[in-house]
Design a protein around this ligand. Sequence first.
Ligand code: HEC
Length: 175
Amino acid sequence: MKKQKNPVVPFYVIFALGIVFITAMSFVGMDQKNEIAKQLEEGDTEDVADAGDFDPEEFAQGQCIACHGGDLTGQGNNPSLVGLSLSADEVKAIIKDGTDAGMPGGLVPDGNLDEMVDYILSLGSEDAGAADEDADANAEEEVEEEVADEADAEEEADADADADKDAEEEAAEEK
Ligand code: HEC
């Protein structure tokens, strides 16, 4: 009788690949979960700080950058807030009431609207730095944090890539 190839082997290979893939994906998921938890924590501390004295820049970092981009220069369909040629009243009305085109109103507490308007209108203007050195210092800190976060993200991406490579190697060994 002719010796037949074991027909079950391919199933083992698929099974092993599946396990490896699921394990890899759960590591990816854990990374993402940690990141989200970290972001939420940072958001919370910002809210607490806001309750005391209002820092429009910090508030914007918490509430506006998701749509308007990390440096508020806009992203996708969301316009830049830097160097606006709108009047203070117009900006105030937009921030207070929102627009039909996707800008949500009511994000900034009424009592802090003027400070937020001043801050937004100071973005991109020459003397913004002189007007608010504190804000500049904060901005630098935040940039540093962002750079650190990016480095973290890269590390995580590397780890993911390693996991993928491991998975591939294991798969190769199975064959
Ligand atoms: C959910 C996404 C989202 C968030 C969050 C958001 N915006 Fe907007 N914003 C938009 C969109 C979309 C527009 C464009 C709306 C339009 O064209 O009518 C806009 C427009 C604006 C404008 C008018 C810009 C222009 O050139 O017409 C200002 C000012 C503004 N947003 C300020 C803010 C501030 C301040 C915050 C944080 C407190 C904020 N936005 C948070 C989506 C958002």
